[in-house]
Design a protein around this ligand. Structure first.
Ligand SMILES: [Zn+2]
Length: 64
């Protein structure tokens, strides 16, 4: 099982935790969560911030 919390992604104050059988599943779950729960945050982000977020997600998951 792989898991990653929203806090690890830099969203302090959010207790969401995504778990899945592999990194890809966790990534999809976290992105889906972010799109619904943090839509306002994502909307305020520049494209480079968004790719930075994706890179951070990949880096965190690659360590498992
Ligand atoms: Zn969250």
């Amino acid at each position: 099982m792989v898991s990653l919390t929203c806090k690890q992604m830099g969203m302090s104050g959010c207790n969401f935790s995504a778990t899945g059988k592999d990194a890809e599943e966790v990534k999809q779950k976290l992105l889906a969560h972010a799109r619904s729960a943090h839509a306002d945050v994502l909307k305020g982000m520049k494209p480079e911030d968004l790719s930075g977020l994706q890179a951070r997600l990949d880096a965190l998951l690659a360590r498992r």
